[in-house]
Every structure is written in C-alpha cells, then in structure tokens.
Design a protein around this ligand. Sequence first.
Ligand SMILES: OC[C@H]1O[C@H](O[C@H]2O[C@H](CO)[C@@H](O)[C@H](O)[C@H]2O)[C@H](O)[C@@H](O)[C@@H]1O
Length: 545
Amino acid sequence: EIYCSGPILHQVQAAKLFDDDKYFVDMKLRETPDVVLSAFQNLSQESPNIPPAKLQEFLRTYFEKPGTEFESWTPSDWHDNPKFLGGIADQQLRSWAGKIHQLWKSLGRKIRSSVEDHPELYSQIYTPHPVVVPGGRFRELYYWDSYWVINGLLLSEMTHTAYGMIQNFLYLVDRYGFVPNGGRIYYERRSQPPFLTLMVESYYQATKDKKFLRAALPTLEREYQFWMQNRSVAVRVNGSEHKLNRYYVQVGLPRPESYTDDLELAQGLTDERKEQLWMDLKAGAESGWDFTSRWYSDSDGTLGSTRTSQILPTDLNALLCLSEKTLASFHRILGDGDSAAQYEQAAARRLQAIESVLWDAERGAWFDFNLVTNSKHFEFYPSNLAPVWAQCYSQAEMGERAVQYLKRSGALQFPNGVPTSLKESGQQWDYPNAWPPLQHMLIEGLSKMPSEEAKQLAFDLAQRWIKTNWLAYMKYDAMFEKYDVNGDGKPGGGGEYEVQLGFGWTNGVALQLLDQYGATLTSGSGCVSSSLLLPLAISAALPLQ
Ligand SMILES: OC[C@H]1O[C@H](O[C@H]2O[C@H](CO)[C@@H](O)[C@H](O)[C@H]2O)[C@H](O)[C@@H](O)[C@@H]1O
C-alpha cells in the first residue's frame, strides 16, 4: 500500500520531488506502515492535494533515504591475483582486468538483519547471502544481470560469493515460485529472463559439486514449471499446434519505480487500454529489454504501442531450450535417466516449435512471432541469433545461414559493438546502444560454431567490445551498463534514466572475453607481455578465411 500502489505512492511520485521515481520507492520507513498510512490520511483530510512542501515534510518525518538497508561488506573470498589475469597478453588490458576484478569489492552488498526482522519497514526483499549489485540506481540484486556477474566472479575465483548469490535465487524461488525481476517488493510480480539454471551450470562446471547440484535441482524444476504454467501459449502454424513462451505480467498498474513515466504515457486512454499498456510495459521489464521498438505492435509504433505479451521472443525460447537441455544433463549426472529423458523430450518439442514458428528459411535466421498478426517481425535484433548461442537448431546449415544473415544485416558496420536494433527510437534497448549480455551471447554463439569464419567473427566482435569498454574506462575511469556503437568509448543513453556506472554485467562480460581471448586481444597500445608472445605469434601466423 505504500511502495506498490495507493495514495502515498501516487501523490509523492506525481509531485516529482526527486529526479528519479525509483528514489522514493527505495526509501525506508521510520514507523510501521499503519502509522505512516494514518498520518498520511490525516494530512489528506487537511487538503486532498497535498502541497509539495507538506509532502517533503511528511517524507522527512516518516522516511529515511535509500541505502540504509545495507551494511558495508567486503567479500571474504576476494584475493588480488586470480589465475586468469596471467593469460592476458596485452599489459594494458591485463592491468585493466585487475581493476575490473577490484570492482567486485565496491559492488558487494550485505543486507542488514533488521530487514529480515522488520520487512514491513523496507521495500528491500531480504535474501540470506551477500550480493553483487549492478551499481548506480540499481542498488539491489537483479535477476538476469547476475548470470554475467556470477560468471565473472567464478573467473575471479570468488566461488563462495557466487555460491551465495545462487543460494539467494533458490531462496527466492522457494518463496515466490519464481525469481522476481530484482530485490524489491515492487518487482515481486514479474520476473526477468530465467537464467538460474545456467547460473547453476556455470557453478557446477567450476566446482563439480554434485551435492550442490542435487540440492538445487528441485528448485530449478519449480522455476521451470512456473514458466511453463504461467508464461506459455499454444500457437497454431501450418495446421500444427506448438507451445512456446512469452513475457506476461498481469498487473495493470504503473511501475512504482517509473510511476510518472507510465502515468504520463497512458494519459487519455480508456481504463481498459491503460491497464493493458501497463501490463505490457511490465512484461517489457520482465523481458529485460525495457524498452524497445522490438515490443511495439507495428513498425511505425511508439512506446505507447508496446504489446510485449503478444510476441513470442526468439531469445526467451532459445534460453528455455538450453535450460531444458541443461536440466536433462543435471539429471544424467545425478543418475536419473527417466527424468533426463523427459527434459530431452521437452527440448526436442521446443526445437520443433522454434523451427516451425520462428525460423525463416528465406532469410536464414529466427524472428519473433506476433500472435496478433500471426506473422514474424523481420527487423534486425541480436536476439535473432539466440538459437545459435543456445545451440538449439537441428541442422548445421541453419547456423551457417544465420552467420550469413548477420553479415548481410548491416549490424556489423559499427566498430564499437553490435547495436540492439537498427532503429533509433530513443529507447535504451534500440540503436545506437549496445548491451553487454547481447554482445556476449552473440560472441559465445559464434565462437562455438565449427566454421573458421564464425570463429573469426566472434573474435572480431570481442575485440570491438573490449576496445569500447577499455576506451570508455580510459576516458571516464568507469564501466557503464551500456555503450553507444558510434564514437570510441562512448556510454549509451536514451530511455527513462541516466546511463549507470558500476557495472555488474559489463564487468562480468569483459572478464569473460579477456579470459577467452586474452592471448590475442589488444588495447592498441602495443604493450604485450613477452611470456605470451609465442602463442600470439603462432595464432597471428594462422591463415584466416
Ligand atoms: O527503472 C526502470 C527499469 O530498470 C531496470 O531495467 C534496466 O536495468 C536492469 C538492471 O541492470 C536490467 O536488468 C534491465 O535489463 C534494464 O533494462 C529494471 O529491471 C526494470 O524492471 C525497471 O522498470
């Protein structure tokens, strides 16, 4: 009634007392909700539209500034020389990687026990283990960001911190049946791209801890069931019915953390259309792509035409296909062949659905499917290659055709990364922004393909991305949540908030690329460690196709 809906939220946000709507909903209560609500009621009786000065005074009396829910914490497993640093040949890049590794200390947070004892005073959701947060206005844990954070932590040999983060997500599934978007109660009715199974896979590959796997598996299956029961739809194509997944949130209210944006966007609509728009904006937040022309109902649309729930996304379905294969492999490792076979069948069914509904033989790639128009969206998004990343396609030729599609798409013409789309909508998940998770999925997918051409392209994109991150770090002494594909080392922009620094997934992706391609990536400074020159010389001598 205070953080998610109701008159306090409405009046405080509508008065625009803070630059960012998220500020108010992250504040802590000084008194119990009952006391705060009745004080507000008394104030409203004096005048229903409370003047800003009175609202400020009310906030000073009953709220504390955000951030008091955390205590200072330094990860106990941080040490200054993880092995992977030694594999980075370029000395400038190696020293920069060391600085990124240091950033884990400043992004670590431990939630105070008072949040567990008095949850009613906080919007923060209590989780038992410390977390690494994205940074900036994103003070709390975020679901899909954490996949790249955890991969980075594992390279930094911070296995215990990574373990704690995964335990938090398992705890959240046990509590809610799914993982909320982030660690705040205003996020608790929507999720984000479901990466938990892949987080467990990363941890298992790093530790081979079967006991951990056995304990985690029932919770992973519970999360999978949530997506199948609440986020799937049947779609009929060419006379056959298929089941695929979508983002879908049945809460027809403005997002509390972006309340005035949502309110203003819905002005003039009927109540029914308002509710529909707000549900689709929340589904957009659930997709992690908030916001983008990808979710507009037509190609000339604007943010108001966002219809996320009517679209079957390629990347969500590729991710679930990979999750099904991973769950099957977990059951095999633990000796349960029957359960493994069930997940293998689920993956095979999904593969068939992806190929029947999303694959386009003419263009040679996969495209989102619109349930209203019963047609595919043919615009370019890096997600059109997500099945390559998930290795979820039946014929090698499809992967190779997707590489040719990428080359023809026009998305490779930018020296600083692959843009999120080729459309400049002003939204942050569109051109000219490039985002770390999308670069990583593209590069990882291409690097796993058999052809030399795809592998070389993967390296080329890794080099572009590292150069962008490195140049921005040189200019601003910071890592950003997103970058602009135009301009060397330029942070991204657009959308509803200022570009943020920190930054969890950026650091994780940079470390992964520096680890994977450390012997050959360059900063352009020419300072290469002599002990690594030999392998570098050998790889440089290899003929490239
Ligand atoms: O406050 C606006 C939105 O902010 C978040 O989304 C963005 O940041 C997240 C954290 O890095 C990231 O996971 C997401 O992909 C970004 O678009 C938040 O997740 C949204 O729910 C929120 O409305």
